[in-house]
Design a protein around this ligand. Sequence first.
Ligand code: AMP
Length: 178
Amino acid sequence: MRVLMIGPPGAGKGTQGARIARHFHIPHIATGEVLRDHVSRGTAIGRAAQGHLDRGELVPDSLLFNAVRGAFAAGGFVLDGMPRTLDQARSLERLGMTADVAVHLHADDEELTRRLLARGASGGRSDDVEPVIRERLRRYHELAAPLTAWYRLRGMLVSLDATRPAHLVGRDVLAALT
Ligand code: AMP
């Protein structure tokens, strides 16, 4: 099983991605986590990525692919947080990292902002603050439509309403994959 998670920040890609990974016994590769880990270890990739993460901007593709390449194993995966652009979707296809299904979680900006501010307030991530959240959501909306269209065209897209409680979304996610 090879799954891509697509959705705005705060939609629950991490929560649902982890659930899918547990269910199918496959690795959960969260690109944001991989990049934050590089930053906290102070690697060359982390030093180059840090400013982009702090500003809520996408890191350049060369850095991103260098960071996640090592995480891919043969067999299945849940790739969470990538692709975020059509170029990344094309690169994944070119590299043979194609998937069976793209799970698309959607929710409105008001709900997403509320969730991200709550996560920020409970000692979560430094990019969960108002101006950076706004930038991350703006960026997502700018790029999401062509990306979802790409996977819809390939018959791979499963779109789910992620405004509901996580356990209900999770039930639908697993139902769509089994
Ligand atoms: P996330 O944990 O998915 O919200 O990602 C946190 C940050 O990591 C993003 O705001 C970007 O700066 C960076 N990032 C994660 N995934 C990607 C990606 N596919 N392309 C570019 N930047 C990414």
